[in-house]
Write a protein that binds this ligand. Structure first.
Ligand code: GDP
Length: 360
């Protein structure tokens, strides 16, 4: 089960990258998530976006459709993008295994009217400490005085429609914010001017209100992820899976909400998770995802799956999960594994979680 025994499937098939949203309070993290989920997209066109446990899945076809004006779709190789629904530090820090982040790429949201704020800097330090890739969404461009709305338009197109005053205010604010980032030791540049991605982080101006820049953000996220982390995104036989939340659900008992980052889980699989009172070895009773949107009224109703392939947000029911610890890895016990070894591995994570609690 260790990293070096992980087998690559070798046919170049890629899983979806996983994206988290971070940033200061009120910068528009939630609104941005709503916006990319397609509340601005006409009914029917929202096609293919699926609500998962703790995450929203955007198939590449959906992203291709929404970014067609940017004419850069030929390179989309991953099946889609999985965006974690809970913005902020907690989901990001919980989405980890043995110290490293399982979030492939993050959106750091900054309010263009406020610039860098205390939690922006905290988020930035967190991202740096985990070596996480990220893109800056410079949100609320529609609040520039005199902004003309251009619903869901690519940002360069929207910017061309603005008056000289708006364009000047925009430039001034971007320059200030680039300077603030530099003071934090980070080089940033508007993404369409950034010739040195990797050294220099990209800024995408957005409005979560009217959707300007959202196509750019989606395209950049997916392009950047697949360009820089092909190996990480290659499908493995081994699983990578993290417990995001432990929840009691009426009729189901204690369940765990997990993000399956890589690999496949099956009903009946033997698993080990880290518990408050020691490792929990159990068997997956059910693999659940929510019903499609329109059926959400059916209370407590989930879709059951025989197997689920990464990347996905999944609810797992099994016996003995009462003391499972959020933020720890879930391990699969295969016939070749020694159960005690897997239990030891699972409990390693407890130390990581405890040291994190100690530090904070
Ligand atoms: P969060 O705390 O980062 O999740 O921020 P929210 O998504 O809750 O947004 C905070 C406030 O800013 C809400 O009143 C939003 O409606 C507003 N807001 C968010 N994004 C935008 C934007 O792009 N433009 C404008 N004008 N308001 C926004």
């Amino acid at each position: 089960n260790s990293d070096n025994t992980s087998k690559k499937s070798g046919n170049g098939n890629l899983r979806s990258p996983i994206c988290c949203i971070l940033g200061h309070v009120d910068t528009g993290k939630t609104k941005l998530l709503d916006c990319i989920r397609g509340t601005n997209v006409q009914e029917g066109e929202a096609g293919g976006i699926t609500q998962q446990i703790g995450a929203t899945y955007f198939p590449t076809d959906n992203i291709r459709e929404r970014t067609k004006e940017l004419k850069a779709d030929a390179m989309l190789k991953v099946p889609g993008l999985l965006v974690i629904d809970t913005p902020g530090h907690e989901a990001f820090t919980n989405l980890r295994s043995r110290g490293s982040s399982l979030c492939d790429i993050a959106i750091l949201v900054v309010d263009i009217m406020h610039g860098l704020e205390p939690q922006t800097i905290e988020s930035l330090n967190l991202l740096k400490s985990r070596n996480a890739e990220f893109i800056v969404a410079l949100n609320k461009v529609d609040r520039l005085y005199g902004w003309k709305k251009c619903l869901n338009a690519p940002i360069v197109k929207a910017m061309k429609l603005q008056s000289i005053d708006v364009q000047n205010e925009f430039k001034m604010r971007v320059t200030q914010i680039v300077t603030q980032f530099k003071e934090q030791g980070l080089n940033t540049e508007l993404y369409y001017k950034n010739k040195n991605m990797g050294e220099t982080s990209s800024i995408v101006p957005t409005s979560a209100m009217s959707g300007e820049g959202i196509p750019d953000l989606l395209l950049l996220l997916i392009n950047w992820a697949q360009r820089t982390m092909e190996e990480k995104l290659t499908f493995m036989d081994d699983i990578q899976c993290t417990v995001l939340e432990v929840k009691v659900i009426e009729g189901l008992g204690t369940t765990i909400d997990v993000v399956l980052v890589n690999g496949v889980l099956h009903e009946g699989d033997q698993i080990v998770v880290c518990g408050m009172q020691g490792p929990i070895a159990t068997t997956i009773r059910a693999l659940l995802t929510p019903h499609p949107m329109k059926e959400l009224r059916v209370k407590g109703a989930y879709l059951h799956h025989k197997e689920l392939k990464a990347a996905q947000g999944i609810k797992i029911t099994a016996q003995g999960l009462e003391h499972a610890v959020a933020g720890t890895a879930l391990y699969l016990v295969t016939p070749n594994d020694d159960l005690d070894d897997v239990k030891d591995l699972a409990m390693q994570d407890m130390k990581n979680v405890m040291s994190r609690i100690d530090k904070s």
